[in-house]
Design a protein around this ligand. Sequence first.
Ligand SMILES: *Cc1c(COP(=O)(O)O)cnc(C)c1O
Length: 399
Amino acid sequence: MATAARPQFGFLHQALEDLKAKQLYFQLRVLEGEQKPIATFDGKEVINLSSNNYLGLTSHPKLRRAAIDAVRRWGAGAGAVRTIAGTMRIHLDLEEQIAKFKQTEACVVFQSGFAANAGTVSAILGKEDLIISDELNHASIIDGARLSKAAIRIFKHRDVADCARICEETKDWPGQKLIITDGVFSMDGDIAPLPELCSLAEKYTCIMMVDDAHSSGVLGKGGRGTVDHLNCHGRVDIQVGTLSKAVGAMGGYVCGSRELIEFLYHRARPFLFSTSHPPATVGACQAAFSLLDSPDGEKLLKKLWSNTKFFKRGLKRLGFQTGKSETPITPIHVGDAGKAFEFSRRLFDAGLYAPAVGFPTVAEGKARLRAIVTATHKRQDLTRAHEILGRVGTELSII
Ligand SMILES: *Cc1c(COP(=O)(O)O)cnc(C)c1O
C-alpha cells in the first residue's frame, strides 16, 4: 500500500522526510542468527557492542534446554490471561523464585519490563496523587505516570537536593506520593543515589520505587540489583526488574509486599488484559535465576565487570568522553546527532556495531554511541574494538 498516495497519511510521509533531513532516519539492523559477541547483522560480521545480553544468557545451553523442556511439558502458549485460566504452576514457581532471590515477600511477572512499569505506576496512583521522578527515567515510567493522571514533578538527574526541594514543597500533598528512579540509567550507565532517595521517601512518607532493568543480573550479589548493591534492603517498596536483558529471555517483574502484589493482580491492566508468558519463556527465566545463584553465574558476573573495566580504560586512554557511567553501559559522547549516526555507520563498515542514539531517546545535542560489553566478549574482541574506535574516531575528529 503506497501510503504517500493516501491523503489521510500524508503526515506520515512528511514526518519520515523530516527525519531524513535531520539525519535521524534509520533502518532496522537485522541479526542473522543468535545474539552473540561476534554476530552477523545485515550480512556483515561485526563485534557486537549493541545488546543488553550482559551475561550471554540469551543463548546459554541451560536456558535453551529449560525452554525446550518447558515446551514439551506445558506447550507453546498459555492460552489465557493470568486472571482467567492463564496462571500455570510454572508462572507461580518463577515468581516465588524471584521473590526469594530479591529477598522480598512476593513477586508478579509481567509480559515485559515496559508493562511492569507502566502497569504498576498507573495502577497504584490516581489523579489525586503525586509522582516525583528523575528527569532521565525510562519511557515506560513516564508513560505509566501519564496513564495514572497523577501530578508529575521532575527532579534534576540524580540530584538529591532538587528532589528534597520538591518533597518539601509538596509535603502537605493530600494524596499518595511516589518517588521513582531508574536504578541504572539506560542511556548514561550511571547509578541512582538510592540510599539518599530512600531517606527522603522515609522523611516525607512517599512510596519508594526503583526500576532495576539494567541492574538485574549486573549489580549486587548474584545480580540482585541496586537495592542489594547499595544496601537498601527493606527501604524500597517496589522493585521492578526485567527478564529481557541480563536474564536473557523476556518479561518484567515487580517485587514487594504480598499486599502490593495482590493489589496488582486486581488493578494492573497488562496483568488483567494481556495473556501470560509462554512456557518456554518461563522455563528459560527459571534456569537463568538458578544460574545467577550458582558458581557459574558468579564467574559470568566477574567476567562482565572485568571486561567492563578493560573496555572503559581503553576508551579513556584513546580520549573518548564516556560521561559518568559506572556500569557496562558505556556512552561515547559525540553531541551532534548527524555526526553520531555517521560515526556508528563508519564503525559498522569497519566491523563494529555500536548504535547511535539521538533525540528523542536522549536530549537534543546530546547524541552519542551506546556501547555495552558483555561477559562473553573475549579480550581480543575488545582490543580490536579499541583499535577500530580509535581509528574511526580520529578520522571523524571525535578524539
Ligand atoms: C529496557 C528497559 C525497560 C523495559 O524492559 P523490557 O523488558 O525490554 O520491556 C524498562 N526500564 C528500563 C530502565 C529499561 O532500560
